[in-house]
Design a protein around this ligand. Structure first.
Ligand code: MN
Length: 409
C-alpha cells in the first residue's frame, strides 16, 4: 500500500509554509457556532486551540478561544513563544499523530472576522496617491497639502462595519452633487471604488495620556493583513469638506481572514523613500534600528483580471510613524485597534491602488473582458492579493481580501 501523504508535506516554497503561519478564526459546517482560532498551513487550517490542548501546551488559554483577542493582548514575548510552539507542532514528525487529525481543508471551513475591531483609523500615506488625488480634485492648486510631508494624515473610520473577506458589499446610497448639478440628488453611488491598502492590527493597549514612541511599534502591533477601503467617490466628494471622509467610506471596509504576524515579515523590512523635509523628533525615524517599510507586492484584480500592482515599499509614511502620530496627543490604543495604511499607489500608472486614479476619475476607462469600467458595477468582484519576501528566499503570501458588489437596497 502506498504511504498516504500528509497535509503537512508541503510543496517546496509553499507561501503558507511553516515560515508564515498566519492566524484566523474558523468554524466547521458540523459546528457552525463554534468559532476557533486557526493557523493556516499550506491548504489547511490547524485547529490551534485543540492542538494546544492535545499537546498539553501552556498556550491553550490563548489559543482555545473563539477569537484572537486574548492572543493579541498577550504581548510580544507570548506572540514569539506561541509562534515557536506552532512551528514545532507543524514541523516535528513526532507531533504528526496529534496534529494531523486537527487539520481542516480550507474549502471545508467558514472563515470569520478574526478579532473584534476596536477603533478603526485610516491614513493617506502614499505620496503618489495623494499627488494623484490632488491633481484630480484640485487641478489648479498644489497637489499635496502643506501639512502632507510633516505628518501622516488620517481620519477615524467606522469599526463596526469592518467585514471579513468574502462578505458581499451592498452599494451605498447617499447625497451627491456634481459641479454641474444645481442641487444635490439622492441615490445609489455611481462612483463606487476600491482602495488597496494594508491594515495593521494592534495587540497591546497603551495608557491614555501616554504617547507610543516610534521604537515601540513592535511592542504594540501584532500583525497585518490586506484591507480594501471601499469608497463612494461621489458621496465623498460632496460631503468631505471641511471635516473629511464620512458616509462615503463608512458603509464597509473589508479585511483578510488571515492576520500575518510581523515576525513572519522580518525579511520584508525595507527603508521607506528618502524624506524631503526634516521631521519633528517624534516622527524622525532616521536612527531607528529596524527599517520602517515593508516590501509587499500587492495585486488588484477585478473579476479575475489584474488591473494594478501597487508596491507597498513606496509608502512615504511607515506604520510605526502612523502609530506614533495617532497616539502623540495621548489618545490610547486598545486591543483590536485597526489602522489602514492609506491607498497604496506606486509611481507608475499600472501601480495605482484605486479606480479613481486608474481611470483618472472616469476619464480613461479600463478595458475589461466584460466591457469598459470607470467605477465598479453591480456583480463585480474585487480581489486584493499580495506577497512579500520571506526567510531564506521564500515568499510569504498575504491572505487575499475579496468582495462582490450587490445592488443598493
Ligand atoms: Mn483609505
Amino acid at each position: 500500500m502506498p504511504e498516504q501523504s500528509s497535509p503537512l508535506d508541503l510543496a517546496e516554497g509553499d507561501p503558507f509554509g511553516p515560515h508564515h503561519l498566519p492566524y484566523g478564526v474558523f468554524s466547521t459546517p458540523e459546528h457552525p457556532d463554534d468559532r476557533r482560532v486557526g493557523v493556516r498551513i499550506g491548504g489547511h487550517v490547524l485547529d490551534a486551540g485543540a492542538a494546544a490542548q492535545a499537546l498539553g501546551s501552556p498556550y491553550a488559554r490563548l489559543l482555545a478561544q473563539p477569537g484572537l483577542m486574548p492572543l493579541l493582548a498577550a504581548g510580544r514575548t507570548a506572540w514569539r513563544d506561541v509562534r515557536r510552539a506552532l512551528t514545532a507542532w507543524v514541523t516535528v514528525p513526532a507531533h504528526r499523530p496529534d496534529i494531523e487529525p486537527l487539520l481542516h481543508p480550507l474549502d471545508a471551513v467558514t472563515m470569520h472576522l478574526p478579532y473584534e475591531v476596536a477603533d478603526y483609523v485610516d491614513f493617506y500615506a502614499s505620496e503618489h496617491h495623494a499627488t494623484n488625488v490632488g491633481r484630480i480634485f484640485r487641478p489648479d492648486g498644489a497637489a499635496l497639502t502643506p501639512n502632507w510631508k510633516h505628518l501622516p494624515i488620517g481620519y477615524h473610520g467606522r469599526a463596526g462595519t469592518v467585514v471579513v473577506s468574502g462578505t458581499e458589499v451592498v452599494r451605498p446610497s447617499g447625497q451627491r452633487k456634481a459641479p454641474s448639478d444645481p442641487v444635490p440628488v439622492f441615490g445609489p453611488s455611481v462612483k463606487l471604488d476600491i482602495e488597496a491598502e494594508v491594515g495593521f492590527v494592534v495587540g497591546v493597549p497603551s495608557r491614555q495620556g501616554s504617547p507610543v514612541a516610534l521604537g515601540d511599534f513592535r511592542e504594540h502591533v501584532f500583525g497585518l493583513s490586506l484591507l480594501n477601503d471601499w469608497s463612494a467617490r461621489d458621496i465623498q466628494a460632496w460631503e468631505y469638506v471641511p471635516l473629511g471622509p464620512f458616509l462615503g467610506k463608512s458603509f464597509a471596509t473589508s479585511v483578510s481572514a488571515w492576520v500575518t504576524p510581523l515576525e513572519a515579515l522580518d525579511a520584508a523590512r525595507t527603508a521607506p523613500p528618502a524624506r524631503d523635509v526634516g521631521l519633528l523628533p517624534y516622527l524622525d525615524d532616521a536612527d531607528e534600528e529596524e527599517p520602517g517599510g515593508f516590501d509587499i507586492r500587492i495585486s488588484v484584480a477585478i473579476n479575475g483580471q489584474v488591473v494594478s500592482e501597487p508596491p507597498f515599499s513606496s509608502m512615504y509614511w511607515t506604520a510605526a510613524q502612523q502609530l506614533a502620530q495617532m497616539t502623540v496627543n495621548g489618545a490610547s490604543l486598545r486591543t483590536g485597534d485597526l489602522y489602514g495604511s492609506g491607498t497604496v499607489s506606486g509611481a507608475e500608472p499600472g501601480e495605482r491602488g484605486s479606480l479613481l486614479e486608474l481611470t483618472w476619475n472616469g476619464r480613461d476607462p479600463l478595458d475589461l473582458p466584460e466591457g469598459k469600467r470607470t467605477f465598479l458595477e453591480d456583480g463585480d468582484t474585487v480581489t486584493l492579493s499580495a506577497w512579500a519576501p520571506g526567510p531564506h528566499g521564500t515568499r510569504v503570501e498575504l491572505g487575499e481580501v475579496t468582495g462582490r458588489i450587490v445592488p443598493a437596497r
